[in-house]
Design a protein around this ligand. Structure first.
Ligand SMILES: [Zn+2]
Length: 224
């Protein structure tokens, strides 16, 4: 961590954390941009996610710091740390992610860690719940008085509500990345792409995502 920051923002490059960035930035003083943190797991989609995260961080005047953890994940069977819609997820993965964020925050003397978790995340995995965040805070507070707070502004909202909020704030969802497969465009078929499509549809929003043409044709979303 290069220097002191008041707040850290966990940024994955996906639409939820992009909404978080759009929500948090106006809440903080102009001279106090949150430092965005990307947990680089060494997976094939990291490059696309980092590209998206850099653009999102730049738009709110934040710098992006990358925390590399591929060796840790390789020791954990190379599963994904925290994609709820993926079958292969590291058990306890979110607690590991939040612990790393807590370590970054303590090192940076930050007072807050912002995460974009919402109610649907917690419904899929209790590790994303407010209760889990409270317990991690309590664990970190065992040997220190100035424990950073984990702030999850969307934890009572559904993903659809998060998307509606983001659209109202003008969040650039076209810059975000969700797909579990590396490629120039979203595949439109994987669980993360499906979640993304469902969220736009249920929020009544036009999906700005560029999907692979074959996926669009097969789904009847639009050909050519
Ligand atoms: Zn996909």
């Amino acid at each position: 961590m290069a220097d002191a920051a008041k707040a850290l923002l966990m940024l994955s490059g996906g639409p939820d954390s992009a909404t978080l960035a759009g929500f948090v930035a106006p809440e903080l003083p102009a001279g106090n941009r949150p430092t965005a943190i990307y947990l680089n797991s060494g997976h094939r989609t990291d490059a696309k996610e980092i590209e998206a995260a850099e653009k999102i961080a730049s738009r709110i005047g934040s710098r992006l710091e990358i925390v590399n953890i591929p060796e840790l994940l390789r020791a954990l069977r190379n599963d994904r740390l925290m994609t709820p819609s993926e079958h292969s997820i590291v058990p306890f993965g979110n607690a590991i992610a939040l612990s790393l964020m807590m370590l970054c925050a303590i090192t940076a003397r930050a007072t807050a860690i912002y995460v974009g978790y919402h109610r649907d995340d917690a419904g899929d995995n209790e590790g994303y719940s407010r209760r889990a965040m409270d317990r991690l805070e309590a664990l970190a507070a065992i040997d220190r008085d100035d424990t950073p707070k984990i702030i999850a502004p969307f934890h009572t909202m559904t993903k659809t509500e998060v998307f509606k909020l983001g659209a109202a704030m003008g969040v650039p969802y076209d810059l975000t990345w969700s797909c579990l497969h590396a490629g120039e465009l979203h595949c439109g078929q994987c669980p993360a792409c499906r979640d993304r499509q469902c969220a736009f549809a249920s929020a009544g929003l036009v999906d700005p995502t560029r999907y692979k043409p074959e996926a669009m044709t097969r789904d009847g979303v639009g050909a050519g």
